[in-house]
Structures are given as C-alpha cells and as structure tokens.
Design a protein around this ligand. Structure first.
Ligand code: SF4
Length: 462
C-alpha cells in the first residue's frame, strides 16, 4: 500500500531556506486591514527585508513602520521607542489600527508590550485628545522569531486580532468568517466570488486583495492616498463573534477560528485549502453547513468545467508524471492532492515547517495516491535539491526560490505560492476554487508541452 514517508532534516544549519521568521506573517495579516499599520518592534532590518519581499512579489509598495531598536535598547529596553512610535504613527497617519509586532530582540530583552501600549495610549490622549485617541485600535502581536516560522506569525496575528477586537456576541450577522492563509490577492478574490455566487456574506480575516493589488488612478487634483483601498475593517473584525461559523483555509492558521469557537461558540472548520476538486468540494460543504444555502448551478458549472479540462488533458499529457512540490504547507498539501486527482504522483513534498496538520494531510494524500510519497518536513531547498539529484522528477511546483536548482537539474518549475519574483502577474491569478484548478491544470499542461513535446513535430519526446 502507498504511504507517506516522513523525513525530518537532520542538518542543524539551514541552506536556501523555505521559511522566514514570525513577524513577516504578522505584517502580512495586518496589511490586510483597512487603514491598518504594522509597527515592528525591532531593528530596521526586521521590516526592511519584508517590505522588499512584498514589493518584489506583489509589485506594490507596503507601509510598514519600525521602532528601530539599536544597541541602547538591548541594554535599557525598547519602551521609549515603542511608546513614541505608536504616538507618532497615530498623530501623523491616523490609522484605524496599529498592529504592534514583536521580534526576537524585543522578546529576548523582555519588553512588556502590553504595558507599554497602555502607557502609549495615555500619551496619545494627551497629544491628540481622548476622542481621537480612542479611534486608533492598538493590538499587541507576539511573534518571537527564535521559534517556528512566518506561518506561525500569521496565525498568532489572526488570533491576536480576534482576541483583542471581537465584541461580546449580540445578534447573528448571518456572515461566515474566512481565514484565507497566506494566499494571493487573486485567490482572495476567487473566494469572494464563490461567496457571492452562493449568496453568502463573508468576513475575510484579513483581506489583502486590494491592499496588495490596488488600482492606480492618476488624477490632476488628487495625490496617491497613503492607505490603499479595501482591506477588512476593524468593525468587521469586532463583528466576527456574531458570525455563523469560521472557515480557516489552512491547517497552520486555525488558532483564531478555535479561539472564536471557544470564547463565543462560533463553530470552526479548519482546512484544507480549496485547491482541486475534493478540497473545493469540502470548502463548499462547510459553507453550506454554516449558511444553510444551496450550491448554485453557476458553481456546479465551474466544477464541471474543471472536470472537463481534466478529461481533456489528464490521460493524454499528465498521467503518471512525477512531481516535486515545495513551499507553504497548506498550499503544498493542496497541490499534492490536486496532483493526485490529475493522475500524477507527488513523489516528494517539502516544507520548512514541522506541522502536525500538514503531516496528517499528507498521510491522507499518500493513501489516495497509488505511489509512495516522501514528505520532507522542517526542511530547506538544499535538502530538496539533494533529494532530486538522486530521485529525479518530471516537474517541480513551488515558488521562485527553487528556480536556480530547477534550472541546474533541468526540471521545469511551475511557479505557485509566495514568493514569485521572476515572473509577473501570478499574484492576480487564483489557484483556489474550481476556477483556480482550471488555471493550474492549464499552467501544468503548458509546461509539459514546453518541456516534453517536440514543438516542430508535436510528438512526445520521452
Ligand atoms: S530573525 Fe529576528 S532579527 Fe532577524 S529579521 Fe526576524 S525578527 Fe528581525
């Protein structure tokens, strides 16, 4: 019987990492709030790399502030920096929310962020007046970077947002909370399209679709606004306790959903990400369960179009091909299941995390596959490269960081996930939902044509 062989990295050093540190996930989450500002309580580099990485992937600027801790803060603490930083941001940029994000340095020196925020609030009242100061929500987000990865930072941020902002429940708002995970603007728009077709209303926690892909509308009279349009409002987050349920689309970001369930009896459904037929079916079943709404013909037609694409392409071009998948654990397990649905084999799936939900999901995927699946956890791209030298595959599916060894090993790389910086436009194209499945199958099949078919004679080369 086919099974998942879980392999943990033994080398202590990391070469060509698949993950970065916790604050990045929190910066991503706070960027999806309307007039939300991430304030990184750490050194300048902690925010600079992330800003650079966001702008390379999304091709948009991102506003991220930093308290700029230097050597003196390591000795005396970062109290002064955080208090004056919060005050300056509130007065100058009038945000609706400041997410105060800790880093390894502020965690190690033991800064009492919650205590400092109380003092900052009193200072703000003096500087801005009580009424104006009350308008700015400040949420402390603990992201100690010496443990776990940016996926944990994202999870911590979503949990901190609902724990600090969700109000005591009143009347049902007849909405569903959706925690999308660290997906692209195109994916969030596809999730909203599904909700719309179902006739369901959602609260996306948090919605980076417009903030990271906003229109540029030049005008002679107006300058570019400081805050992008869109994003989840603070009021929506406050209202999450009145929702019919919470669907977290990834296993690593279930804490916010479980917290709403525990504190306010809002039922939770955690994972899997709706990539491919089975996972999208499950997402729709969850939506139906929470809302009581029927799945309309338009969505069933989208499903039918995906199945039609599979019928057209699988047996002729894709069946039996071996695939290596790497990157975000949620996206990787979703792609692995979809690859099985396409008759291909996810020979190896590699992530930088050691996440029990991911391992369980991969065990299920391996059972569905007729072949053996190697699952590399807490791993890096050097491990994957070494593995592929001994166990070659036909295709790689993952982000741009694998491009160099993919080229070296002469394996075509299909780019998905984050970051993708050596291609443009991928952040706008969904891979979730049935429409996303159609995009993915087209992308995979075109890559197979490009690599394995003789273009002149249109014959199979191998
Ligand atoms: S590991 Fe620590 S110092 Fe380095 S970027 Fe992350 S939070 Fe900053």
């Amino acid at each position: 019987m086919s099974c998942a062989n879980v392999i943990k990295k033994e080398r202590t050093s990391v070469i060509n990492p698949l993950v970065t540190c916790q604050p990045m996930g929190a910066m991503y989450a706070v960027s999806g709030i309307r007039r939300g500002l991430p304030l990184v309580h750490g050194s300048q580099g902690c925010s600079t790399f992330v800003r650079y990485s966001f702008s390379r992937h999304f091709r948009e600027p991102s506003e991220i502030a930093v308290t700029s801790l230097h050597e003196d803060a390591a000795v005396f603490g970062g109290r002064k920096n955080l208090i004056s930083g919060i005050g300056n941001l509130a007065i100058r940029f009038k945000p609706n929310l400041i997410g105060a994000i800790s880093t390894c340095s502020s965690e190690i020196i033991g800064d009492d962020m919650e205590g400092f925020i109380k003092v900052a609030r009193e200072e703000m009242k003096k500087r801005m007046g009580e009424k104006e100061a009350e308008k700015v929500k400040i949420v402390p987000i603990s992201t100690p970077s010496f443990v776990e990865t940016h996926f944990k930072g994202y999870d911590n941020a979503i949990k901190a947002l609902v724990n600090n902002l969700a109000c005591d429940p009143s009347e049902s708002n007849e909405k569903v909370n959706i925690i999308p995970g660290m997906v692209n603007p195109g994916d969030i728009r596809e999730i909203k399209n599904i909700l719309n077709l179902m006739g369901a209303e959602g609260i996306i926690l948090t919605d980076i679709s417009d903030p990271f892909d906003s229109p540029l509308r030049p005008s002679k009279t107006e300058t570019k606004p400081f805050y992008p349009k869109g994003g989840t409002t603070v009021e929506e987050i406050e209202d999450t306790s009145n929702s019919l349920g919470t669907i977290s689309l990834c296993g690593y970001a279930g804490s916010g959903a479980l917290s709403l369930e525990k504190k306010y009896d809002v039922p939770a459904a955690v994972g899997p990400i709706p990539i491919g037929i089975q996972n999208t079916d499950q997402f729709l079943r969850n939506l139906k369960k929470f809302t009581g709404l029927e799945i309309p013909d338009t969505i069933l037609d989208e499903r039918g179009l995906l199945i039609d694409s599979m019928a057209d392409l699988v047996s002729r071009y894709l069946f039996g091909r071996k695939v290596a998948i790497f990157g975000d654990p949620a996206i990787s397990s979703g792609i692995a299941r979809f690859v099985c649905e396409l008759g291909m084999t996810p020979s190896v799936v590699c992530t930088g995390v050691e996440n029990p939900e991911f391992v369980e999901e991969m065990k299920k995927v391996a059972k569905e596959s007729d072949e053996h699946v190697d699952v590399l956890i807490r791993s890096d791209l050097r491990d994957l490269e070494t593995y592929l030298q001994e166990n070659p595959v036909d295709l790689m599916i993952g982000h741009s960081d694998g491009r160099l060894f993919a080229k070296h090993l002469d394996i075509p790389l299909i780019r998905v996930g984050y970051p993708v910086y050596d291609r443009v436009g991928y952040h706008r194209v969904p891979i979730v939902g049935y429409n996303g499945g159609i995009n993915l199958i087209d992308r995979i099949t075109n890559t197979v044509f490009e690599k394995y078919y003789d273009k002149e004679h249109w014959k199979l080369q191998q």
